[in-house]
Ligand binder design. Structure first.
Ligand code: KIV
Length: 295
């Protein structure tokens, strides 16, 4: 459990954790009950990631996710959260048309959905200007470098970034530039642990790793991966702490068998008339369709 189980996590308190610890614990959530469980479990940072497109909506990648979908899910999450810092993920094409459009979209996460911050992928020169514009508009921004899943069509496949010296140097530079642009934290996705270690030592803002090894200031995983609520390919960096897919499948199978066999509902799961109403509640018996009274 966290040191202060009820004290709200803020951007300054999160930033302070870089120096004093403990490590920042982050998970994704996309709905009310999950967010409530995570918040009550003391998760510090809840990311309403655009990964919702893949794990909740069944898209092949995160590209189709829209602003309206992100706002809808972020609202559900913030309704449940009392302590954690909620970050909304800027979906693909919510920040590609210029600073005004970016700030307008980012502000929706705060004004409409109740999030405290947004996350944006990438650190090109243009992207850094957008980070500056959002920060200027009082919108706290979390960066995201290394593997950036919204670039899937350009990349061809999800793979580790920063394995060679030039790419590794670029990742460190990207994180440094994001800090300069005003980001309060940076996600490092699918990068060698040595690179993540160098970034963590170099920047003054917390690093949150996913597939980036243990040297980050915090860790994030996709909730559905953690609890085994997905099927198919799992990246090497996932540790599965439960098998919800199997558990739910078994529960649903038992329910179906009980309904078919007449075991559900039973007396305990049915309502009863008040004893004195039993006789009076029977319908008047008129002639049946054949013209004869029913017996
Ligand atoms: O969309 C998401 O869930 C993310 C995390 C994997 C960092 O960006």
């Amino acid at each position: 459990m966290p040191e202060h189980p009820t004290k709200r996590i803020t951007i300054p308190s999160l930033r302070a954790r870089k120096a004093v610890g403990p490590k920042i614990v982050c998970l994704t959530a996309y709905d009310f009950p999950t967010a409530k469980i995570l918040d009550e479990a003391g998760i510090d940072l809840i990311l309403v990631g655009d990964s919702l497109g893949m794990v909740v909506m069944g898209y092949e990648n995160t590209v189709p996710v829209t602003m309206d979908e992100m706002i809808h899910h972020t609202k559900a999450v913030t309704r449940a959260v009392r302590r954690a810092l909620v970050v909304g993920d800027m979906p693909y094409f919510s920040f590609h048309l210029g600073a005004d459009e970016t700030v307008r979209n980012a502000s929706r996460f705060l004004k409409e959905a109740g999030a405290a911050a947004v996350k944006i992928e990438g650190a090109t020169k243009k992207r850094l200007k957008l980070v500056e514009a959002m920060v200027e508009a009082e919108i706290p921004v979390m960066g995201h470098v290394g593997l950036t899943p919204q670039s899937i069509h350009e990349l061809g496949q999800f793979k580790v970034k920063g394995k060679d010296a030039e790419e590794a140097r670029r990742i460190v530079e990207d994180a440094v530039n994001l800090e300069k642009a005003g980001a309060f934290a940076v996600v490092l996705e699918s990068v060698p642990l040595e690179v993540a270690g160098t970034v963590t030592e170099t920047v003054g803002i917390p690093t949150i790793g996913i597939g980036a090894g243990p040297r980050c200031d915090g860790q994030v995983l996709v909730f559905h991966d953690l609890v085994g609520y997905t099927t198919g390919y799992q990246p090497r960096f996932v540790r599965k702490y439960a098998d919800l897919y199997g558990t739910i499948g078994r529960a649903v199978g038992e329910y179906a068998a009980d309904v078919r066999a007449g075991r559900f509902p039973d007396d305990a799961t049915s309502y009863h008339l008040k004893p004195q109403a039993v006789a009076g509640a029977a319908p008047e018996r008129g002639p049946g369709p054949s013209g004869r009274a029913k017996t």
